[in-house]
Design a protein around this ligand. Sequence first.
Ligand SMILES: [Zn+2]
Length: 291
Amino acid sequence: MPELPEVEVTRRRIAPLLVGRRIRRVRTTADSYLFMTRPGSLRRRLAGRRVEALERHGKYLLAELDGGGRLVVHLGMTGQLFASGASSVRLLSATARSALAPEEQADFEPDAHTHLTLDFEDGGPEVYLRDVRKFGKVLLLASGESHPRLDRLGIDALEVEGPVLFSATRRRSVAIKNLLLDQSVLTGVGNIYADEALHRARVRPTRRAARVTRRECDDLAAAIRRVLERSIETGGSSIRDYVTPDGSDGGFQDERRVYARTGEPCPGCGTAIRKIVVGARGTHYCPLCQR
Ligand SMILES: [Zn+2]
């Protein structure tokens, strides 16, 4: 499952291939649960529109269109957004076999899994949304229109600040880790990043959210931003799900201090990293550094 850093990496790579270009024609597959806007409506309403910007909120990509309105894309488990002729497009895929290797994307012909093809007036590269398992979503919003899926998202994790986190944790008896994973509070913190940020802020994952101090919320917010930004810089981190063009895993996993390091020495104090289950998620922490 792509997490926020992988979606942000995709946004940065695909934005230059979308922004400023006018869509000439749209091709889709047949109607399915991937389409939250019916394919016929998408084809009709997208043709002739110019993409003004490509934004991201949590794991949703939002293409702003001229005259208002937004094309919303969620990559789900196996969604890939890429352009024809792009030589170093990163892959988003849950399984290697469902993904196209970068060299296959370079001279890609749309196949049965290519649910959206955008063809542009400038005659340049087409942009494809390919999704083998179809857990992704496509939605076209009219000017000023929103959707409950977007409305219920919390603060984007890349922009979280200490004071906001502090007020969100007050009177909350849940474990701080569960609160960090609650997408209505903070959107885009996955399991790996929660464990890593909590270690950097020296807060134990099981501590009640309301017992995290103002100072610790400052440290935690900074740590969340830092681990996500670092992961974006290194091209993503999902252990199994993310493959770079050369077939290697994203670079961030070399920087993991606790996640999937059970029994290994804590980089801060040497104590063995412990693994427990919090909110049904495997959780890694240092019993000495994190209180
Ligand atoms: Zn330690």
